[in-house]
Design a protein around this ligand. Structure first.
Ligand code: AMP
Ligand code: ZN
Length: 117
């Protein structure tokens, strides 16, 4: 673990070194639009502190995950999405491509009609 990782795209967004469409932030996390949206509403919620996945963040400090869920709920509802899905891909085999903890926040009527689990 480290507070930041030099080659990490999400650390660069946190640092303001590359642009993002930011929807919200708090002292612990930032929410920004996914570059390749998979739903009408698709936002990523990312902790400011770098860990490779949600389990690693939880191991470092369980409160980090709470802050992510709280910000996810705020940005979803502020955008009119009372109902939404949270996804945390963990490991390349599950589709994780950016190894900095993040929650996908997915909303919009079309995506919510499909039941994954
Ligand atoms: P995952 O596959 O779960 O690791 O999710 C990574 C997500 O990050 C993908 O949905 C990408 O579209 C998204 N992504 C990658 N780079 C950026 C970026 N610079 N700004 C916004 N979203 C990004
Ligand atoms: Zn990072």
């Amino acid at each position: 673990m480290s507070a930041t990782s030099h080659d990490c795209v999400f650390c660069k967004i946190v640092a303001g070194e590359i642009p993002a469409d930011v929807l919200g932030r708090n002292d612990h996390a930032i929410a920004f639009a996914d570059l390749a949206p998979q739903a009408p509403f698709h936002v990523l919620v990312v902790p400011l502190e770098h860990h490779e996945d949600a389990a690693a963040s939880a191991a470092a400090d369980p409160a980090i995950i709470g802050h992510l869920v709280t910000l996810a709920d705020e940005v979803a509802k502020a955008s009119g999405n009372e109902d939404y899905r949270l996804v945390a891909n963990t490991g390349a085999g599950a589709g994780q491509t950016v190894f900095h903890t993040h929650l996908h926040v997915l909303g919009g009527s079309s995506s919510m009609t499909e039941t994954l689990v």
